[in-house]
Ligand binder design. Structure first.
Ligand code: MV4
Length: 494
């Protein structure tokens, strides 16, 4: 069994991993940048080492430094979280060669899944349905033209080294093809250092649905059902839920079995996700995310499985703690990513000091965060403050509980996207479960709705006589909120 884990990450996911370690009696080591001295995960860790200056390149992405600290602290394993080095085959290989267990798939599998053309090929061999498209790298316009005719327009050109949407170009017709190819190749080269691109039929309004998989070192693999992540903006997911409103128990069993089989086929070890587009009742494989994901808690809430603990068991050479037939989906879970950003200013990041921070609680509410009152969110990294996850027996109860939890959240000092989430939770199409990846762009009333939510909050604040400092303001917001609720229950208008 692993005795000591170095967590090669920061923020809420570092805390999340350390919590699992603590429950399992495993020591946790933080490796932090100079910008994260005061972060919660550094305080939570059993030991902490500064690994360099704020820019990620100089700290969280510094393979040699991370390995050095692992050795120095006597850690026998490294948990990479998500982002940073999580899917880097060079890092996994450096761990393997240094005799430190990388908590995740082997460097061979990371390499295979990181090459999207190879991954597509491998999934086809495993019997997974993929989007109609090219099987090889597309290099010149003449070749592209022939392949495009077979696929049909519109199509999408994607970098093989990428994933997550970066550099993808939609091509409406043959006239756009040559330029689109050139520009995707250019972005692919500068962003991923690899000019290889491929083409797929473009699905105009798909849902994004992904399956959670777990594979152990004994060759066992299971799935934990799906998550729907269609509410996203610029390839940043904002709201995720499990199950998906579009998936029946029969489809779940069928696609889950395919996902688990594919995991066994490639020798997948650890937690992972198979991403699909769902369109006109059909699933199409997109890519494998070879890591624990931001949105893993919604799966934990409906299955009761602690995914990070399973990762730690798997990495210790133990078998999965459950079999496929032991997996039960119970109820409905939803996650809102709470970001330090201004929804009225094109969601621009606004890091800064949390003058007050009070997270919601109560029945069915889970908050994964890495911040506290008076903490200053540094400007160098992702602006996510926390993840608000709620569980209910069915989707409507979950939405009502999310509304209640968003209402309870007190964040003073910086702008957040909470009003965005409040607007979505009241959106008729969202409430009906009519989701697709272009939801935010297509809901033209959303911005006005956000403005209305903010105006209402401001008028609540004004009801309380002017207050000088923020402490009083928080008390005021809480008090007025309580009064408003009491009046509403009596049927009176506040
Ligand atoms: C697609 C697609 C439509 N058809 N593939 C975006 C994230 C990445 N994992 C895959 N993505 C997409 N792949 C096919 N065959 C639509 C998206 C997509 C998208 C693509 C370009 C620009 C914005 C987008 C927003 C949502 C989904």
């Amino acid at each position: 069994m692993i005795q000591k884990v170095l967590v090669a990450n920061r923020g809420e996911i570092a805390v999340r991993v350390m919590r699992a370690c603590r429950e399992m009696g495993i020591a946790a080591v933080a490796a932090y940048s100079e910008a994260d001295k005061e972060a919660l995960f550094v305080k939570y860790a059993d030991e902490a080492f500064c690994i360099g200056p704020p820019p990620a390149r100089a700290s969280y992405l510094n393979i040699e430094k991370v390995i050095e600290v692992a050795k120095q602290s006597g850690a026998d394993a490294i948990h990479p979280g998500y982002g940073f080095l999580a899917e880097n085959p060079k890092f996994a290989r450096a761990c393997e060669e240094g005799g430190i267990k990388f908590i995740g798939p082997s460097s061979r599998v990371l390499e295979l899944m990181g090459d999207k053309i190879a991954a597509r090929h491998e999934m086809m061999k495993a019997g997974v349905p993929v989007v109609p498209g090219t099987e090889e790298c597309v290099s010149d316009p003449g070749q592209a033209k022939g392949l495009a005719e077979a696929i049909g327009y519109p199509l999408i050109i994607k970098p093989s080294g990428g994933g997550g949407g970066i550099g993808m170009t939609i091509v409406a017709n043959e006239g756009e093809l040559a330029n689109a190819l050139k520009s995707t190749q250019a972005i692919a080269t500068t962003t991923f250092g690899l000019c290889d691109v491929y083409m797929e039929k473009y699905l105009p309004h798909p849902r994004h649905i992904e399956f959670q998989i777990l594979g152990d070192s004994k060759g066992n693999a299971i799935h934990l059902g799906e998550r729907e992540c269609s509410i996203q903006r610029r390839h940043q997911k904002l709201i995720e839920e499990s199950p998906s409103p579009a998936v029946t128990p029969e489809r779940r069993a069928e696609m889950g079995a395919i996902a688990a089989k594919a995991a066994r086929f490639v020798g997948y070890e650890g937690a992972g996700t198979m991403e699909f587009l769902f369109s006109d009742g059909k699933f199409y494989f997109l890519e494998v995310n070879a890591r624990v994901q931001v949105e893993h808690p919604v799966t934990e809430m409906v299955t009761g499985v602690d995914i990070v603990k399973e990762q730690l068991r798997i990495a210790s050479g133990l078998p999965l703690s459950l079999k496929q037939e032991d997996v039960r989906m119970n109820g409905w879970a939803m996650e809102c990513r709470i970001n330090a950003e201004d929804p009225l200013n094109d969601f621009a990041p606004c890091p800064g000091k949390l003058k007050a921070y009070h997270a919601p609680g109560g029945t069915g509410v889970r908050v994964d965060d890495g911040v506290y009152t008076h903490y200053t969110i540094p400007p160098f990294y992702d602006p996510m403050i926390s993840k608000l996850i709620v569980w209910g027996r069915e989707r409507n109860e979950t939405i009502q509980r999310m509304q209640r939890a968003l209402y309870e959240y007190v964040i003073v000092g910086i702008q957040t996207n909470i009003p965005f989430h409040q607007a979505v939770m009241e959106n008729p199409r969202f409430v009906k479960g009519e989701l697709e990846t272009h939801f935010i762009d297509r809901e033209t009333t959303l911005l006005d709705h956000i403005r209305a939510v903010i105006a209402q909050e401001k008028s609540l604040q004004k009801k309380f006589s002017p207050v000088s400092d923020d402490k009083k303001r928080i008390a005021a917001i809480s008090a007025v909120s309580a009064i408003t609720q009491a009046l509403a229950q009596k049927g009176a208008k506040p």
